[in-house]
Design a protein around this ligand. Structure first.
Ligand SMILES: O=C(O)[C@H](CS(=O)(=O)O)OP(=O)(O)O
Length: 242
């Protein structure tokens, strides 16, 4: 297999600067949307339909979906679930179809669809499985960080660095963002939680008293699955890494 290319986009506001055609786009929103989605899929939900706005998502309840809605870190009024990965543990929503809208993550997914070969969601909780899958595919990769309301954030960018670090043997990167984040990740990987405690998003979530979510979202390799978009739904695919 020839060496493929990997690059990083730091915000949905910058995605128009990147070519999506024929690439696998990995959307990452560590706090918390993609961490929550992988946890839900890893705990047996049938599918997750990401939805950009609250009203569309709310209306899907009458079609049999469990609706998850979050804005500014809080569960949206009238929604069954917010954006916590912990809500899905122990198969609490196994075999159910979820419709989900969040502040940053679901928008980044929406913006990754046009023209791309495939859209995956990534998180630290399935880092190894995603790296393994991407290594097996003969495709260029774009890591799309959801950021925060259009701005750069530390946790998604650090995940990008972690993924680049795992893929560097088989991928080449002439992208300054990928080089920078690989370096930042490798300097801080021994204490990711300590490093990310200073992240603005972690501080915002601490104000909502959801420290347990932050710790969970920084756990490594809990689920041997990838999350991939199939039509309008995110579904799980098991990955054998050995
Ligand atoms: O629920 C979250 O963690 C965030 C909320 S906010 O960005 O801190 O307002 O949403 P997400 O879409 O997961 O970034």
């Amino acid at each position: 297999m020839t060496k493929r290319k990997i690059e990083v986009c730091f915000s949905p506001e910058l995605i128009h600067l990147h070519e999506l055609e024929n690439k696998i786009v990995v959307v990452v929103d560590i706090f918390r949307a993609t961490s929550t989605m992988i946890t839900a899929l890893g705990n047996g939900v049938a599918s997750i339909t990401p939805v950009a706005d609250l009203e569309t998502c709310r209306a899907m309840q009458s079609e049999g979906y469990v609706i998850a809605g979050e804005r500014n870190g809080q569960t949206a009024e009238g929604f069954t679930l917010g954006n916590s990965p912990l809500a899905y543990l122990d198969g609490a929503y196994a075999n159910q179809k979820i419709a989900m809208t969040t502040t940053n993550g679901t928008l980044a997914i929406e913006k990754s669809k046009a023209g791309s070969k495939q859209v995956l969601i990534g998180a630290f909780v399935n880092l190894q499985a995603t790296a393994h899958y991407l290594t097996s595919q003969n495709q260029n990769v774009l890591i799309h960080c959801a950021g925060w309301k259009g701005k750069f954030n530390l946790e998604d960018s650090l995940y990008a660095g972690a993924l680049v670090s795992l893929l560097e043997e088989n991928f080449e990167f002439d992208c300054d963002g990928a080089i920078a984040m690989k370096g930042l990740y490798e300097s801080n990987k021994s204490d990711l939680a300590g490093f990310l405690a200073q992240a603005s998003h972690a501080k915002r979530l601490q104000n909502h008293q959801i420290e347990a979510d932050i710790d969970f979202c920084l756990s490594l390799n809990l689920f041997p699955i990838i999350g991939r978009l199939q039509g309008q739904e995110l579904v799980a695919q098991m990955i054998k890494t050995k």
